[in-house]
Design a protein around this ligand. Structure first.
Ligand SMILES: Nc1ncnc2c1ncn2[C@@H]1O[C@H](COP(=O)(O)OP(=O)(O)OP(=O)(O)O)[C@@H](O)[C@H]1O
Length: 780
C-alpha cells in the first residue's frame, strides 16, 4: 500500500538519530518494510545503499599500503561526539533512500548487497549540472516527479550567469563569439581571489601578482628535495574499478513533500534558498580582497590553441626524485598546462581553485603536489592506532574515486611508506572499516556520502581526519552543488582549519565559484587555464547539433552511427541518453540493428558495469550507450564520437559528456541530437562552437530496418523508457510546467518507439508526478 507506506515513513521523519536506527532492522514488521522497499524502489528508483546503521553494508573496496607510524600518540576529538543533530528524513532524502535500501538489503531475498545501487535509478530526473539540486549525478530516478527545483537549475539561469566572465580588469561581461579567439598567446589566466567585493575587482591582467610560470619552475627546481627509496609491492588500492553514479541522490524527500501541497514544496525551495544565501553571504565576504594576476606559459607551449602539454618537464620542478621516477614510469615527461600552472602554487602551500578543460591531467595536477606535501612535511606525533589521514581526495563518483586512487598508486610507486585507500558508496562499510584498520593509509580517496558514513560510524576515523593536511575536491562544481553540500559541510567541519584545500574542475560556474569559498581560505588562488574568450571545450573536438522531430531520432541515430562507423575503422562511440531506462531502450534498439553495442547505467549490476567499463576502455570498434554515469571524469582513451540524445542535464553536463572525447589533445567529434522543442538549450551554449550537422540520409530501406528493430525491442523496456522519459522531462521547469504539452511530447516519444498507444502508467506514479488526470495519459 504505497500511500500507507509513505505515511509510515513520514511517521519516522521528525527525528531519527542514527543510534535508533538499528532497531528498525529487527522490526517485527519486517515483511512490511520489505514491501515498502520494493514498492519504493519501483516507484522511486533511487540508489539505496548508504545508511549503514540500518543494516549490513554491501560491497567492498580496496586498500593499499599500510601507514607507517612515525611518532607518538596524538589526540583529537572524535567526530562522533560532535555528531549531527537528529533530523527529519525529509530533509535528507538520500539517507532515507539508503535506509530503505538497507531494509531491502537485509530482506529475505538474500541478495548480494554490492549490487544494490544498480537497482537505483539515478537517471530519471533532469540534473541541471553543477548547480543542480539533489538530483545530481546521473539525474535522479526514472519516472519520478521532481518538483523541487532551484532557480539555479534553469536553463535561463545557466545562460545568463554562466556566461559572465571577468575581464582582466575584473569587470564582468557576457562571453560571446566575438570574444573567442583561441589562445594564440598560449596564455592562461591565473588569479587570486580573496578580498575585494562586487564590481571593483581591480587590477588588470599582468598586474598584481603577475609572474612567468616557467621562471617560477626553474627557481623551484633548484630546491629539489630528497626522497626515500624503495619499491612498493602492495598496489591494491587502485584495483577496484567500481562505477559510481553519485554518492547519493535526492528524491524521496521530494516525493514525500510533493504528496502534500505546493506550499510545502515551495517551503522546501525556500529552505534551500536560505542555505544558498548563507553560503553566498560567506562567499561574497571572502571575495572582498580579490586580486588578479596573469601567468604565462612558455612560448613553445603556446603553439596550438588546444595544446594540453606545456613545455615544462616534471624534472624541472620541485618534485621529489622518487615521485619523478614514478612519473617517468607512468610515461609522463612534460607537464600538462594545468599541472604546470598549479604545481608551484600548491607547493607554496596556497589553496587553489583550478579550472582546466576535460582530459588535461587534473588528477595528477592535484595528486602530485599533495604527495609532495606529505613527503616534505616533518613526521608528526600521532596515535599509532589512529594515524592521521594526510591527504583527503573527495570525488563525486565511485568511478572517479577509483581512477584517482589508481593514479595515486602510480605516483606512489617508489614511496614505500605511503599508501592510498579509497572508500566509496555501494560497498560494504564494515569491510572498508576492517581494511582501514588493518591498513591505515595516508591518502584517502572517497565519495562524500561514504566518507560521512565513516565519520559517523567508524571508530577513530574522525580523529584520523583531523590530521588532513591537504583536502582535494575533484569536480568541485559538482561537489559543491546542493546535492553534496550537507555531506561536505560535515566533512569539512571535521577537518583541521590548518589544511590546504584544492578544488579542481573542468567547469566552474560563477555561482559555484562563489559558493565554493566556504571550503577555501581567503587568499586562495583561482587558476583558470581556460583562456578568457576561448571555449571550455576543446578546439579539436568538432561539435555539432542536429535538430529533428522526435519520430526521426531513432533513424537518425542509427544513420549517424552507421556513417561514423563507415568512416572510422577504429570507431569508439559514446551515446548519452537522458535516463537509465532510455539508455536500455536505445541499447536494445542498436543491438537489434546488429551494431556492436554495450550499455551502462545505474540499473545495471556493479560488476557488470565495471566489466563493461573496462571493456570499453580497452576496446575499439564499440558503441557504449550510457546514462550520465559516464558523464564526468571517466578516462576512456580514443573515443571518436560522443552523441548526446535529448536534453542534457545542463550546460556543464553537456561539456563534461563531450569531454569524453578529444582527451589528451586528441581529435574528437560531438553531436547533440535534439527535438525542435528542445532547441532552446542551444541558447545556453552560444559561446561554444556548435555548428549545424548535416542530416544523414535515411532511405526507405533504412527506415524499414529501424522500424523492424524497434518492433523487436521488448515491450517492457519501451514501457519503462516511456515512464522514465516522462519523469525526466517533467522535472524540467520549462517543459514540465505545461503538463498537457509534456504528455503530448511523451506520446510523441512513445510513437517514435512504434507505440501508437502510450503505455499505461499506474495511478500512484502519475499522482507522484503531478500528472493525474492529464489528458493523453493512460493509467491503471
Ligand atoms: N603530464 C602528462 N603527460 C601525459 N599524459 C598525462 C599527463 N598527466 C595526465 N596524463 C593522462 O591524461 C589523461 C587525462 O587525465 P585526467 O583523467 O586526469 O584528466 P582530467 O583533466 O581530470 O579530465 P576530466 O575533466 O574529464 O576529469 C589520463 O589518461 C592521464 O593518465
Amino acid at each position: 500500500m504505497p500511500i500507507k507506506v509513505l505515511s509510515q515513513l513520514r511517521l519516522l521523519s521528525p527525528a531519527l538519530p542514527v543510534s535508533l536506527v538499528p532497531k528498525a532492522k529487527h522490526c517485527s514488521q519486517f515483511a512490511c518494510f520489505r514491501s515498502i522497499n520494493s514498492t519504493l524502489s519501483l516507484v522511486f528508483p533511487l540508489r539505496l545503499h548508504k545508511f549503514a546503521a540500518f543494516g549490513t553494508r554491501p560491497g567492498s573496496q580496496l586498500g593499499a599500503r599500510p601507514f607507517r607510524a612515525r611518532g607518538a600518540a596524538r589526540s583529537a576529538q572524535d567526530f562522533g561526539r560532535e555528531a549531527r543533530a537528529s533530523k527529519s528524513l525529509i530533509e535528507d532524502e538520500a539517507e532515507l533512500s539508503d535506509w530503505v535500501s538497507d531494509l531491502r538489503t537485509s530482506s529475505l531475498r538474500g541478495r548480494q548487497t554490492s549490487d544494490e545501487d544498480s537497482d537505483s535509478d539515478m537517471a530519471g530526473k533532469r540534473n541541471r549540472g553543477s548547480v543542480g539540486g539533489r538530483g545530481r549525478g546521473e539525474g535522479a530516478r526514472e519516472g519520478l516527479p521532481v518538483k523541487r527545483r532551484r532557480e539555479g537549475e534553469t536553463g535561463e539561469y545557466d545562460a545568463s550567469s554562466r556566461r559572465r566572465v571577468r575581464t582582466q580588469g575584473g569587470e564582468s561581461f557576457p562571453r560571446n563569439s566575438a570574444l573567442r579567439g583561441g589562445n594564440e598567446g598560449g596564455r592562461f589566466q591565473a588569479r587570486t581571489t580573496g578580498g575585494r567585493n562586487g564590481d571593483s575587482r581591480g587590477r588588470g591582467r599582468g598586474r598584481g601578482r603577475g609572474r612567468v610560470v616557467d621562471s617560477v619552475f626553474r627557481k623551484d627546481a633548484k630546491k629539489g628535495p630528497g626522497g626515500r627509496s624503495g619499491f612498493i609491492s602492495d598496489q591494491d588500492g587502485g584495483g577496484d574499478n567500481d562505477e559510481e553514479e553519485m554518492a547519493s541522490i535526492g528524491g524521496l524527500g521530494d516525493l514525500l513533500v510533493e504528496e502534500e501541497s505546493d506550499e510545502d514544496e515551495d517551503g522546501k525551495e525556500r529552505e534551500e534558498d536560505d542555505d544558498d544565501s548563507f553560503y553566498k553571504n560567506r562567499a561574497s565576504s571572502s571575495l572582498g580582497l580579490e586580486k588578479q594576476y596573469q601567468a604565462k606559459v612558455t612560448p613553445s607551449s603556446a603553439g596550438s590553441s588546444d595544446s594540453y602539454l606545456s613545455e615544462t618537464r616534471f624534472d624541472q620542478c620541485s618534485v621529489s626524485p622518487l615521485s619523478l621516477k614514478a612519473i617517468k614510469d607512468a610515461g609522463y615527461e612534460k607537464m600538462t598546462v594545468v599541472q604546470e600552472a598549479t604545481l608551484p602554487v600548491i607547493l607554496k602551500g596556497k589553496d587553489v581553485l583550478a579550472k582546466a578543460r576535460t582530459g588535461t591531467g587534473k588528477t595528477v595536477a592535484f595528486l602530485l603536489p599533495s604527495i609532495e606535501v606529505i613527503v616534505k612535511s616533518p613526521p608528526a606525533d600521532h596515535d599509532n592506532k589512529r594515524p592521521p589521514i594526510l591527504v583527503l581526495v573527495i570525488c563525486p563518483t565511485r568511478e572517479l574515486a577509483s581512477q584517482a586512487a589508481a593514479e595515486a598508486n602510480k605516483l606512489l610507486k617508489y614511496h614505500p611508506s605511503l599508501g592510498v585507500q579509497f572508500v566509496i558508496g555501494g560497498t560494504r562499510l564494515a569491510l572498508e572499516q576492517k581494511k582501514m584498520q588493518a591498513n591505515p593509509c595516508q591518502i584517502l580517496v572517497a565519495t562524500p556520502g561514504r566518507l560521512r558514513d565513516h565519520l559517523e560510524n567508524t571508530a577513530g576515523f574522525a580523529t584520523r581526519m583531523k590530521g588532513v593536511k591537504v583536502l582535494v575536491l575533484d569536480e568541485a562544481d559538482r561537489l559543491l552543488d546542493m546535492g553534496f553540500r550537507k555531506d561536505l559541510d560535515q566533512i569539512i567541519a571535521a577537518l583541521s582549519k590548518q589544511r590546504q584545500t584544492l578544488l579542481f574542475s573542468a567547469t566552474v560556474p560563477e555561482e559555484v565559484r562563489q559558493v565554493c569559498h566556504f571550503a577555501l581560505k581567503r587568499d586562495h588562488e583561482f587558476i583558470n587555464t581556460v583562456e578568457e574568450g576561448s571555449e571550455e571545450t576543446h578546439a579539436k573536438v568538432r561539435q555539432m547539433h542536429l535538430v529533428a522531430p522526435m519520430e526521426k531520432h531513432f533513424s537518425l541515430l542509427y544513420a549517424l552511427l552507421r556513417d561514423h562507423i563507415a568512416d572510422n575503422v577504429d570507431y569508439k562511440v559514446l551515446v548519452f541518453c537522458t535516463t537509465a531506462w532510455v539508455t536500455r531502450l536505445v541499447s536494445d534498439f542498436l543491438g537489434e540493428l546488429k551494431l556492436n553495442v554495450r550499455e551502462i547505467h545505474s540499473r545495471k549490476a556493479q560488476n557488470y558495469r565495471t566489466r563493461v567499463s573496462d571493456e570499453f576502455r580497452k576496446s575499439k570498434g564499440l558503441i557504449l550507450v550510457t546514462s550520465d554515469v559516464s558523464a564526468r571524469g571517466v578516462d576512456y582513451p580514443d573515443v571518436t564520437l560522443v552523441i548526446q540524445v535529448g536534453l542534457p542535464a545542463g550546460r556543464e553536463q553537456y561539456i563534461h559528456r563531450l569531454g569524453r572525447t578529444g582527451r589528451k589533445g586528441k581529435e574528437g567529434q560531438g553531436i547533440l541530437l535534439l527535438a525542435p522543442w528542445e532547441e532552446f538549450f542551444l541558447s545556453t551554449m552560444k559561446d561554444l562552437p556548435l555548428t549545424k550537422a548535416s542530416v544523414p540520409i535515411v532511405d526507405p530501406e533504412t527506415t524499414k530496418k529501424v522500424e523492424r528493430a524497434l518492433s523487436n525491442v521488448e515491450m517492457k523496456h519501451k514501457e519503462t523508457a516511456y515512464q522514465a522519459w516522462l519523469g525526466y522531462y517533467n522535472s524540467d521547469k520549462k517543459i514540465g510546467k505545461d503538463k498537457a504539452k509534456l504528455v503530448q511530447l511523451a506520446n510523441d516519444f512513445s510513437r517514435s518507439m512504434g507505440l501508437d498507444n502510450p503505455p499505461i502508467i499506474p495511478k500512484i506514479i502519475l499522482g507522484k508526478m503531478g500528472l493525474k488526470n492529464v489528458p493523453g495519459l493512460r493509467s491503471s
